[in-house]
Write a protein that binds this ligand. Sequence first.
Ligand code: CDP
Ligand code: MG
Length: 138
Amino acid sequence: MTLERTLSIVKPDAVQKNLVGAVLAKLEAAGLRIVNTKMMRLTVGQAQAFYAVHRERPFYESLVTFMTSGPVVVSVLEGENAIARNREVMGATDPAKAAEGTIRKAYAESIERNAVHGSDAPETAKAEVAFFFSGCDL
Ligand code: CDP
Ligand code: MG
């Protein structure tokens, strides 16, 4: 049994469409517990830093513009194999390839406006949680 923590973001497209509750409900139903959560509007600098791993990719600039276009809801989720579990319930990056029942299948508009972010590995989960929350929040 591996109790893990991961970082989740409800992206601006889903917040704009009043889907915060629906998205968090799907995460909770998948066995993920919300340890802490907050709504915030990312600055351009924060979005650039958060997605720095993608800075050479053609979609980077557009992604930063999208992620700063409105508020997001950032959460720390905990559960057994939380990182993989979250990725599973999120579905594939491209909603056209996402499985039935996943958040992206249900709510994503496009490969960019795809409703949610989730950490992809233990190291990135640790770094992404620390990016948004300090020790005393958790
Ligand atoms: O979010 P995920 O880990 O599934 O995908 P990623 O490959 O780490 O890409 C990060 C984000 O960049 C995606 O969630 C999309 O919002 C965006 N993206 C895009 O706009 N166009 C692509 N071809 C790939 C990703
Ligand atoms: Mg990723």
